[in-house]
Ligand binder design. Structure first.
Ligand SMILES: [Fe+2]
Length: 354
């Protein structure tokens, strides 16, 4: 048996994470402090303490001081860092895409939850090698979302590229904070619809809140905003035959292909080539998401996104899913169109648990 103080107004543990299960029957210790209650550890639920979503970009090194383009975005990220730090999370649940480094068209799930081993690809200076996974929470989420009617893939040996590992580096420089990696297929059509991503995210949020233990969790969404990248999706007529062949069968050539991508991007930097960004659309997206007017976002089609925000903006599925898991309010911390990073760079966050 464990003993702890409970704030009876909120049903939450004082000084730590965890909600009491709503159907829990408890009583004060006889002759003891009436505010000190007996309950079992397995009857305390995790709390989703906070939510952040942000753009990632190969051109951005979170460990380097940014001056000039990108500095306004990073200022908002600093606020998100403080939010995460203040919440003292036991785990981060991160929704993010892969960029044909770990998931290919040979078998491409809409969603995949990493349950055991996670290996960072190490692209663009992001974490490489073994990364810590909260296996207990990951398995609880997977079991729960299946019971809720979703069929995500799972992996006991998952890889992640900068879509997931860059936010890890942003919010945990020690690289020791356990995460639950949830890959959303944003790269290769047919992708899961926005609405499906939102509903899946909500199921993940419900799963976290009903999982065993008293963990403090922060939700992270990673991707977008508007940007146009070299096409690799099977539905894009501009995808070259060579790129499509890689996207289908390139699993064993990912390191070489990634190096070639690095060189391609470095050449763009060296030549001062900027990317296209749609700041008006980005601001509309951020306003809808943070104001709770999410229906227009859930109705977005792939064709609309391709047209107005670029093929890179399909990654906003990660923001949508993360917002669904969070379920609470949020606000824009920063937004800056950064053509030299080829991306609309934005950051939002919420800190009041539902
Ligand atoms: Fe990306």
């Amino acid at each position: 048996m464990a003993c702890a103080l409970i704030d009876l107004r909120t049903n939450r543990m004082c000084g730590g994470g965890g909600h009491l299960r709503s159907n829990h029957r408890f009583r004060a210790k006889e002759g003891g402090d009436p505010w000190s209650l007996n309950f079992r550890e397995d009857e305390i639920m995790p709390v989703i303490e906070g939510f952040v979503a942000l753009s990632h970009a190969p051109f951005w090194d979170p460990d380097v001081l940014v001056e000039g383009p990108g500095a306004a975005f990073v200022k908002g990220v600093d606020r998100a860092r403080a939010l995460v730090r203040d919440k003292k999370p036991d785990a981060l649940v991160i929704f993010g895409p892969d960029h044909f480094r770990n998931f290919f068209y040979d078998v491409l799930p809409s969603f995949c939850i990493g349950l055991e081993k996670l290996t960072g690809f190490g692209d663009y200076g992001t974490p490489k090698g073994d990364m810590p996974v909260d296996q207990e929470l990951a398995r609880a989420i997977h079991t729960s979302v299946i019971e809720a009617g979703f069929d995500p893939a799972f992996s006991l040996n998952m890889g992640a590229d900068h879509g997931i590992t860059q936010p890890c580096a942003v919010f945990d420089q020690s690289h020791k904070l356990p995460i639950v990696p949830i890959m959303i297929n944003c790269a290769g059509a047919p992708r899961p619809p926005m609405r499906r991503c939102y509903e899946f995210g909500k199921a993940v949020g419900d799963a976290i809140r009903s999982a065993p233990g008293n963990k403090r969790v922060v939700i992270v969404g990673s991707g977008g905003l508007s940007h146009w990248v070299r096409p690799a999706s099977a539905d894009n007529p501009e995808t070259t035959a060579e790129t499509l062949e890689y996207a289908i069968n390139g699993r064993n050539r990912a390191v070489e292909y990634s190096a070639e991508r690095d060189a391609f991007l470095q050449e763009r930097i060296d030549n001062g080539i900027n990317g296209k960004v749609n700041a008006d659309w980005d601001n509309w997206f951020l306003k809808c998401l943070t104001s709770g007017d999410i229906e227009p976002l859930l109705a977005l089609t792939d064709a609309e996104i391709d047209e107005v925000a670029g093929n890179g903006a399909h990654e906003l599925r990660s923001w949508i899913a993360a917002a669904g898991a969070w379920g609470g309010s949020s606000e824009v911390f920063s937004y800056e169109p950064v053509p030299s990073w080829v991306t609309g760079m934005g950051c939002i966050g919420g800190s009041t648990p539902v």
